[in-house]
Design a protein around this ligand. Sequence first.
Ligand SMILES: *Cc1c(COP(=O)(O)O)cnc(C)c1O
Length: 415
Amino acid sequence: MTDARWQAVARATGLLGADGVPRATVFAEMSALAARTGAVNLGQGFPDVDGPTSVAQAAADAILGGANQYPPGPGIPVLRQAVAAHQLAHYGLRWDPDTEVLVTAGATEALAAAVLALAGPGDEVLTLEPFYDSYAAVIAMAGATHTTAPLRVAPEGFRLDLDALAAAFTDRTRLVLVNTPHNPTGTVLTTTELEAIARLAQEHDAIVLTDEVYEHLLLRDDTGARPAHVPIATLPGMADRTLSVSSAGKTFSFTGWKIGWVTGPERLVTAVRTVKQFLTYVSGAPFQPAVAFALTEPSVAVWVDELADSLSRRRDLLCDGLIAAGFTVVRPQGTYFVLADAAPLGYSDGAELCRDLPALAGVVGVPVSAFTHAGSDVDRALRSWVRFTFVKREDVLDEAVRRLRGLRPTPGAQA
Ligand SMILES: *Cc1c(COP(=O)(O)O)cnc(C)c1O
């Protein structure tokens, strides 16, 4: 007997308990633990400061101005035009706002609709590993098989294993789900890595679906330079087989608005729209004009740039604190997140550390096992790793760092 789809989803996300009842996600478990213990919650990644007031005002004006009924199915024209203009200005990608841009209920719906539209039983969907948790769920909903290519810790950070990538492709690989900048590792894929994915996708005639919600959250390195975000759709021959997904949530610090979009060639966007139509149909009528304003208003672009700089500083603050506490960290190049290895603290299991951390240090993180397939080689390699977010106010991070200092065993103290 096969699982019902909801059981397949629970199983794919590691949530199906031995009793057949799904458990809460580790994100919910850790947030509840933080609330119960008063720990600083560096688990779930959402900003504790809202985005620009001018953008919030635009949404408020839209509500009072009557933008309160169903918007057009593909999204309001002014937002589709703003998304098309953004792709052209930043990346030189030219899409027709009427047929090649679709507004969705966040990036989550865009990804779900794309996977449901393009993959089914017998198909493989290849993602990086570790992977964002919704990928495994939606691949299971589609009845497809989830295969992965590992990111491995190297001196330069987490890097894609190109041999393992090539080995992960098969003739059944229908869709390759790329994510850069990458959650949870904070890696920004290099052009070499993206070219390897592109070449293999072409050889195997696979479609690429790329999650670029952190496209503007690029962090400075020691020399003060920011890494370049290269959309895989810009590589030779790729625009015609790539669906690019992004959203307003991370870029503008309005994660609760859930306005996302997908761009790509008409035949692929039509496939996504056909499914999306019957998931939510439409969403966020008053937020759509506000996001169009955010995408086109120069002062908001300056705000986003300052956010990325502020995140660079907050990354350094948290990384230095984690190192001082005894963790090994890989300094992220983008996103809100840093991965830290708890092995030097004597923990071989990140989940165990996460359950102990509120009592030990008054801080909450999320084990990297929430982003891996149980028992995979990445799962084993990153068993002792934990994800922390730094998209919190500096005073909150200062407090977390102060508390974490108590974690390091004092030299000479009794073991
Ligand atoms: C937050 C996040 C999303 C979800 O974006 P929404 O626009 O809120 O749906 C998708 N992918 C990654 C990697 C994320 O971190």
